[in-house]
Write a protein that binds this ligand. Sequence first.
Ligand SMILES: [Zn+2]
Length: 731
Amino acid sequence: MDEKFLKPYDSKETENNIYKLWEKSGFFRPKDGQPLADSKIKKEEVFSIVLPPPNVTGNLHTGHAIMLAIEDIMVRYNRMLGKKTLWVPGTDHAAIATQSKVEKEIYKKEKKNRHDLGREEFLKRVNEYAKNSHDTIVNQTKKMGASLDWSREAFTLDEERGKAVNEAFLQMYNAELIYRKHRIVNWCPKCQSTLSDDEVEHEEQKAKFYTFKYSSDFPIYISTTRPETKLGDTAVAVNPNDKRYKKYIGQEFEIKKFAGGPDLKIKIIADENIDLEFGTGAVGITPAHSHIDYEIAQKNNLPIIKIIDEYAKITNEAGTEYSGLKIKEAREKVLEYLKANGLLEKEEEINNNLSICYRCNSPIEPLPSLQWFVDVNKKFKLKNSKLKGLKTGQDVSLKEIMKNAVESKQIEIIPDRFEKVYYHWIDNLRDWCISRQIWYGHQIPVWYKEEKISLEEKKGWEQDPDTLDTWFSSGLWTFSTLGWPNNTEDLKTFHPTSVLETGYDILFFWVARMILMSGFLLEDVPFKKVYLHGLVRDEKGRKMSKSLDNAIDPIGAIEKYGADALRMAMIIGVGPGNDTVITDEKIKAYKHFANKIWNASRFVFSNTEDFDYEEKTEILDTDKKYVDELNEILKDITKDMNGFKFYLAGEKLYHYFWHRFADVIIEETKLRLKSTDKKEKLSAQWTIIYILKTCLKTLHPFMPFITEEIWQNAPWNKNKEILMIEKWPKI
Ligand SMILES: [Zn+2]
């Protein structure tokens, strides 16, 4: 027995060496000698998964750690089942997030903004930052024990992914699924960029709700929390069944110098969606500054007057009295006028949902802007459909493809309660604004000359200065990492991927967009299952964050307790889709467990030194019972593993090892191991070896480092075979 077993288990010394051993073995790569690599591999014997690429914005956090732990369990388990197993690593350039982080740093140090530096110099700085972050993240990922195939590592902004992005854009443009138009977008005046609907967050706040008329001879009162936007109103909408207002429908009113500002032309229109009970039952329509009003305006051919600009200031369209004012100033001015002229009927306090930027928390201004969009409703013809229930030649929209993928069960979401959330989101999906007014990212592959547009780079033509929404490139992730647009062996073998594992908070941001992209570009699903994990919280149930100073740093925890302990603490007790509570105590408890495994192994090794592995052993009835019992538990655990219930499997293994094997079986066997009856002794020796071996194999996906370390030093492993590719025990 190696001397190291005389000391307590040292995760720090072990883990780096073991990771190097695995990397050197080549077994992270599916073709380098996994059990099935040389035989003809059927599609169902493949297990593939892409790593949700961490952003290159700093360090690994607990959210990443839990993702790595769950995915590595899946990957190691499937590898041990003998499947051709691939886990693709990569990182995400995370356009807005990374750019704004670097902008802040530069401003802090040099008091310069990106315009002072210029596009080229600025991008150089961002790329440097991204490179450093990348290296940190890769190192930290390895510390978690993640068995990723590093030879296939990808970056959303590298050259190959750039080609995929341009090809995707071209194909969608040619199918008229991408268009450029003046449309209402979510605009962040601070970030100076558009945001997708999912990048807008909502914050409840107290607000004033004002009821007033445009002028004394206007017949209808309207209500709003934003009176300043009324400077851009072009209609008042009422419900067609509203007896109070029916007679006005179709009439047009002119209001001279509304609130001392612009002349308004207000048409009274009917709209089924107007709620008779809400406010006065009449709504002032501001087509340029509300998504809903914009849609109503489109239906009714109303003019669109932009009265708020990109800096959240009032434009000339609102008249010289208001031009250049800030939103708040304009609001005060309008209210003053309404009060002074007896037009304000009442003022109430209400709770209101304010739309804010997910990045900087500034209020969002919906405003019309010339942007690129993906049309989610336009139909196109399927050319070679691999989508369940949708046939080649059929006309479908992106929205229908996304809905069908889950409805047809071609994709299964675990836990299934998220399916409802998914459908709801799709039903409310608007065209996706994909252009961003930032520099870091994939520049839009379109060139202009006067009125002409080209999708091929042309000399003397001007490229669109905007970049693509970061989710455009990550939407291609399952197949851009496998060589698409080329029809590579990787793509044929590993796509659709088996599972996509990620946090439920990016179900829409990312998961839905991957289904959209793959649905159109490959006419196939990107994955067969979606496994959603929850958020990581502290013992008080609060989300971990820097500002609360309650975040557990996974790398610090690994230093202190070992990666195996951290992995167990993140898995046990947490079902899919549920939030994880993690504390220092919990991680420490699994460090004790690692020691328990270590000590039990020492006991087995030191009590079986004279055991002859070549000799056939007769198993006595006492021991048969132990073996049968273990096999029953294994059946159960294997079922849990196949059903993605890793939290149950891990817990059962923990309890069996500690409370059954170490506490009871070893105790009951102690005397027999010293017996002078050779049969008795051999049978007992054989049994504790069998149980330890089986436990090491089944614990390996959960606690890969310590199990591998013990396996490397086990007396039955003279050839130093690697545990990572041992077969999962078959019962
Ligand atoms: Zn912002």
